[in-house]
Design a protein around this ligand. Structure first.
Ligand SMILES: Cc1cc2nc3c(=O)[nH]c(=O)nc-3n(C[C@H](O)[C@H](O)[C@H](O)COP(=O)(O)O)c2cc1C
Length: 348
């Protein structure tokens, strides 16, 4: 997996590489996401005859072949000229869900068409200050066949990405646009993505009234907010700190997961992203109660390194690693991954 980042780095302009690799401020959370996984250790079971492993899970009514989704990441045409079209094909081929960013550089309809038969897109939304624009975006996602609405709630203010400030990477380069933001009100214009600074549960209520799609709240870390999410009828939670790109020094996602899982108590699925780089990371997240995980940067690196094939390789590497880790933990299926398989760095 690390090799894909190195390959991507060698192919990308330095400012684009930094935009993807970087995090907010001192990048404490960016590093913590991975470091927190490393601090957890597996306590495997043996002699359980786990010769064949079942990796499939069901997420919001969709069967996927492994417990890994694609996190929404913007600007895939900066990685490859065909951009999100190729990511969609690789996700469909792997039999999993792609959460398509509202900041995609290929319009959502084209991404969905490129994915073809069996492709399951979910649509990621930043609520826009102008409700008419938000509504137009939701309708566009629905019409394109997206099967869930993933509302990102950790971005009421744009995180301070100091690498980007130093590099002067403050906007998409000429020739690229967030195509799903084009022509939302029939005027042909590409609107800028904005952050709704006053985002509140009231917006979630309005979105629930607006659409029949299941709503997943992405970017929630606090157990009290998980309880509020249940009160407001959301269908899923994605424990996320935006890959360390928003609030620096926010808790690592794997450290926040148990509190959210406990609050939710099995009533809705809990997903997690941030720092997942190995099959063992996936097994650890499952052990702490996640239904499935999502990966962001590794997909971007795969796309930049080798296009569709690169994304496929990243996903298949994860699949192989999850299968191996399950076997070595004595688990025949994802369901058999339980919390007793985990200890902290020193269990005494
Ligand atoms: C280049 C890049 C672009 C991103 N764009 C979005 C986005 O448009 N919407 C969103 O909700 N999250 C976005 N994210 C955050 C990811 O969805 C995800 O939370 C994060 O990347 C997960 O961490 P990981 O990269 O360590 O796997 C972006 C992340 C990166 C690296």
């Amino acid at each position: 997996m690390r090799e894909f980042e190195e390959l991507a780095r060698s192919r990308l302009p330095p400012d684009v590489y930094d935009f993807v690799a970087g995090g907010a401020e001192d990048e404490v959370t960016l590093r913590a996401n991975e470091a927190a996984f490393a601090r957890l250790r597996l306590l495997p079971r043996v002699l359980r005859g786990a010769g064949r492993r079942e990796l499939a899970v069901s997420v919001l009514g969709t069967d996927i072949t492994m417990p890994v989704l694609l996190s929404p990441t913007a600007f895939h045409r900066l990685a490859h000229p065909e951009g999100e079209r190729l990511t969609a094909r690789a996700a469909a081929a792997a039999g999993t869900v792609m959460i398509v960013s509202m900041g995609s550089t290929v319009a959502i309809e084209e991404v969905a068409a490129a994915g073809g038969r069996g492709f399951v897109p979910w649509f990621q939304l930043y609520v826009q200050p102008d409700w008419a624009v938000t509504e137009a975006l939701v309708r566009r996602g629905e019409r394109a066949g997206c099967q869930a609405l993933v509302v990102t709630v950790d971005s009421t203010v744009y995180g301070s990405r100091e690498r980007d400030l130093r590099n002067g990477f403050l906007d998409l380069p000429p020739g690229f646009a967030c195509e799903t933001m084009r022509n939302l009100t029939g005027d042909g214009e590409v609107r800028s993505i904005r952050m709704a600074a006053d985002l509140s549960w009231e917006h979630i209520v309005r979105l629930r009234e607006l659409t029949a799609l299941p709503i997943v709240v992405k970017g929630l870390l606090h157990p009290a907010d998980a309880l509020l999410a249940l009160d407001h009828g959301v269908s899923g939670i994605m424990v996320s700190n935006h890959g360390g790109r928003q609030l620096d020094t926010a808790v690592a996602t794997i450290d926040a997961l148990p509190g959210v899982v406990e609050a939710v108590d099995g009533r809705i699925p809990v997903f997690i992203d941030g720092g997942i780089r190995r099959g063992t990371d996936v097994v650890k997240a499952l052990a702490l109660g996640a239904t499935a995980v999502a990966v962001g940067r590794p997909i971007w690196w795969g796309l930049a390194a080798a296009g569709q094939d690169g994304v496929t390789q990243v996903l298949e590497l994860l699949r192989t690693e999850i299968d191996r880790a399950l076997g070595l933990c004595g688990c025949s299926s994802v369901r058999e991954v339980t919390r007793d398989l985990l200890v902290r760095e020193a269990p005494w």
